[in-house]
Design a protein around this ligand. Structure first.
Ligand code: SAH
Ligand code: SF4
Length: 407
C-alpha cells in the first residue's frame, strides 16, 4: 500500500488553537487558547483525496468517508472534527487522535487605507511568510507565497533580499488560502488567486502544483484554473513542465527588460534562460480559447523605461496572445532603484497601445503596509524603518553594469 506522508504539526504543551481574529485598524492578532496536548498529529490540510483514502483505509473505515473528510476540509472548511457530526462519534474520535486541520497561524494582519490586508504567517522553524488580500470593485484577489525567501535575487525585489530558507509545503500554500477565507468569513463572489507572493513558484514545482490541484478540485474549493495566475521570473524547464499538466493556471511572466544585458543584472537567472529562450517557451505554451499570457514589466527609471525599450517589447512579443501589465517600481529603502515619472510610464504604455497591445498600468495596492508587489519580506515594521536592513544588500557592481541613464 502507498505510504501516506502528511506534514506534521506538533502541538506543544501550550498548544494553540485559533479562537478568533481580533481586529483593529492597524493589525489583527490571533488569540491562542491553552489546550494542553503534546502529541504529534498529521495535518490534513494539504492532503489530497488519495492520501485521505489511504488514511481512512488504515483506520478500517469505509472509503466513502474520505470524500466527506475532503469536502469538510476544503469545501465546508471546518476547523474542528467535532463539527463534522455526520461522521459519527467513533470516527471523529479516531481522527482527533491522529490528525488535525491546521492553517498557518496569522501572527499579525496589517490593514491598508485602501482595504488591502497583509497577513504575516508563522511557519516552522521560526520563519515568516506573507499573503495579501486585495479587494477590488468587481473581484477579490488573494496573493499567496510559495517559499520562505527566494533564490532568484532580483535586484528590484525586497523578497529577493532574503536568503531562500525553504519551500513551502502544499499544505502551507493551500493553508494561506483557507486562512484568508476564514478571515473573510464567506467565499468572495469572484475570487482570484495570484501566486505572486514570496518566492519563485517554479522552484517549488511539485508543492505548488499539488496546491493548485487541491484548490481547483471540484470536490473541494472548486476554483476554476482560469481564476488562478502563476507568475514566474522565467524558469524555462518549469514553464515547459507546466505546459504538459492536466490543470493549467494562467501564466504570467516577469519579463522586466528587453535586452539580455539589462535582464542579466535585474534577474540573474536570465544568464541561464535568456529572453529569446523564455519567449520561445511562451510561444510553445498551450493556450485555451480566450486565454493569453500576461507579461509583467516593472518600470524602473533610467533602466528599462525608454521609448526604445517599449518598441523592443513590441517586437519581442509579436505574434503572442498576450497582455502586458506595466508596474511602476514600488520603491523601498532596501532597493537602490527609482520609480519613473507618470509621464514616462504613460509614454511607455502609449507605444504599446499604438501597436495594438493590451497594456494596463498597475497601481500599487496596500503600499502603506508594505503589501505591494515585491515588498513582501516578512517584515513586522512599516516600510522605511531604518532599524531593518536588507540581509543581502545590492552589490555596487551590479548597479554600475546597469549604467542607469538619467534624463
Ligand atoms: N517570483 C515570481 C512571483 C513573485 S514576484 C516572479 O518573479 O514572477 C511578483 C511580481 O512582483 C513580479 O512580476 C515581480 O516582477 C514584481 N515585483 C518585484 N519587485 C517589485 C517592485 N519593487 N516593484 C514592483 N513590482 C515588483
Ligand atoms: Fe524572487 Fe520574484 Fe522577487 Fe525575483 S521578483 S526575487 S523571482 S520573488
Amino acid at each position: 500500500m502507498k505510504q501516506t506522508r502528511f506534514p506534521r504539526i506538533s502541538l506543544p504543551a501550550s498548544c494553540c488553537r485559533l479562537v478568533s481574529f481580533q481586529r483593529s485598524r492597524q493589525f489583527t492578532k490571533i488569540l491562542l487558547d491553552g489546550i494542553v496536548t503534546d502529541v504529534e498529529k498529521q495535518n490534513l490540510v494539504g492532503a489530497d483525496m488519495e492520501e485521505i483514502e489511504a488514511l481512512i483505509s488504515e483506520m478500517g473505515e469505509a472509503p466513502f468517508r474520505a470524500r466527506q473528510i475532503f469536502a469538510a476540509i476544503y469545501s465546508r472548511r471546518i476547523r474542528n472534527w467535532d463539527d463534522l457530526t455526520d461522521l459519527g462519534k467513533t470516527l471523529r474520535a479516531k481522527l482527533k487522535d491522529c490528525s488535525a486541520i491546521g492553517y498557518p497561524p496569522a501572527e499579525r494582519v496589517f490593514e491598508s487605507q485602501d482595504g488591502t490586508r497583509r497577513y504575516l504567517f508563522a511557519v516552522p522553524p521560526a520563519q515568516k511568510i506573507e499573503s495579501v488580500f486585495i479587494p477590488e470593485e468587481r473581484r477579490d484577489t488573494f496573493c499567496i507565497s510559495t517559499q520562505v525567501g527566494c533564490a532568484v535575487e532580483c535586484l528590484f525585489c525586497v523578497t529577493g533580499k532574503l536568503p531562500l530558507r525553504r519551500n513551502l509545503t502544499a499544505g502551507e500554500i493551500v493553508g494561506q488560502v483557507l486562512a484568508l477565507l476564514a478571515d473573510r468569513g464567506t467565499l468572495p463572489k469572484r475570487l482570484n488567486i495570484v501566486i505572486m507572493g514570496m518566492g519563485e513558484p517554479l522552484h517549488n514545482y511539485d508543492n505548488v502544483m499539488k496546491a493548485i490541484r487541491l484548490i481547483t478540485d471540484k470536490r473541494g474549493l472548486s476554483l476554476s484554473p482560469r481564476r488562478i495566475t502563476l507568475s514566474t521570473s522565467g524558469i524555462v524547464p518549469g514553464i515547459q513542465r507546466l505546459a504538459a499538466e492536466p490543470v493549467i493556471p494562467n501564466l504570467a511572466i516577469s519579463l522586466n527588460a528587453t535586452t539580455d544585458k539589462v535582464r542579466d543584472v535585474l534577474i540573474p537567472i536570465n544568464r541561464k534562460w535568456n529572453i529569446a529562450t523564455l519567449v520561445d517557451a511562451c510561444r510553445e505554451f498551450p493556450l485555451e480559447k480566450r486565454r493569453r499570457i500576461t507579461f509583467e514589466y516593472v518600470l524602473i527609471e533610467g533602466v528599462n523605461d525608454t521609448p526604445e525599450d517599449a518598441r523592443r517589447l513590441v517586437g519581442l512579443l509579436r505574434g503572442l496572445k498576450k497582455k502586458v501589465n506595466l508596474i511602476p517600481l514600488n520603491a523601498d529603502p532596501w532597493i537602490p532603484l527609482k520609480t519613473p515619472s507618470d509621464e514616462r510610464v504613460l509614454a511607455f504604455q502609449k507605444i504599446l497601445v499604438d501597436h495594438h497591445i493590451t497594456a494596463y498600468i498597475r497601481r500599487p495596492r496596500g503600499e502603506d503596509v508594505s503589501a505591494a508587489c515585491g515588498m513582501l519580506a516578512g517584515r513586522e515594521q512599516p516600510r522605511g524603518d531604518p532599524v531593518q536592513r536588507p540581509p543581502k544588500p545590492a552589490k555596487p557592481a551590479a548597479l554600475a553594469k546597469l549604467e542607469i541613464r538619467t534624463r
